[in-house]
Design a protein around this ligand. Structure first.
Ligand SMILES: [Ca+2]
Length: 152
């Protein structure tokens, strides 16, 4: 919709904004390389608990942790992350699984200072996502991971 106004003209409009989805908790996890501890605490609905890792491979990346859900339309995700030390810069790699194949949706800086990191992308039907991190931090804790989408 577009409304053209003459110079000096004003008009009041009412707008109703409808969210495209909601935050959705994973229903399960896969820790393919046994790199994480307490995985279920990464999606138990509480920021007071988390799953953590101290493992990093030679290339500096943690091992992947996968979060699963029945197939649904996903538009994004968010991660509440703490790095130790929190001052360490962090890169996150986030992929989503579409038709059995992982597709990259995010590679970039995130904050490990106990905050939500939100990532949005073109909607697609997925069954799981996986995350890993690269940093000088010696430990990462995912307090919560949530999908954003419809039909969860
Ligand atoms: Ca938790």
């Amino acid at each position: 919709m577009s409304i053209k106004l003459a110079p000096g003209e004003t008009r009041q409009i009412d707008v109703t904004l409808t969210p495209l989805g909601e935050w959705i908790l994973p229903t399960g996890h896969i820790d393919p390389d046994h790199g994480w501890s307490g995985e279920e605490y990464g999606y138990d609905g509480s920021l007071g608990s988390g799953t953590y890792t101290v493992y990093k491979d030679d290339d500096g990346w943690t091992r992947f942790l996968e979060f699963t859900h029945e197939a649904f339309q996903c538009r994004g995700c968010r991660i509440y992350l703490t790095a130790s030390p929190q001052s360490a810069g962090c890169i996150a790699d986030i992929d989503v699984c579409v038709d059995g194949t992982y597709a990259d949706v995010f590679d970039g800086k995130v904050s490990g200072r106990a905050v939500w990191n939100e990532v949005f992308f073109e909607p697609r039907t997925i069954t799981k996502a996986r995350v890993r991190f690269k940093s000088t931090a010696y430990q990462f804790t995912i307090h919560e991971f949530e999908f954003y989408g419809e039909g969860g």
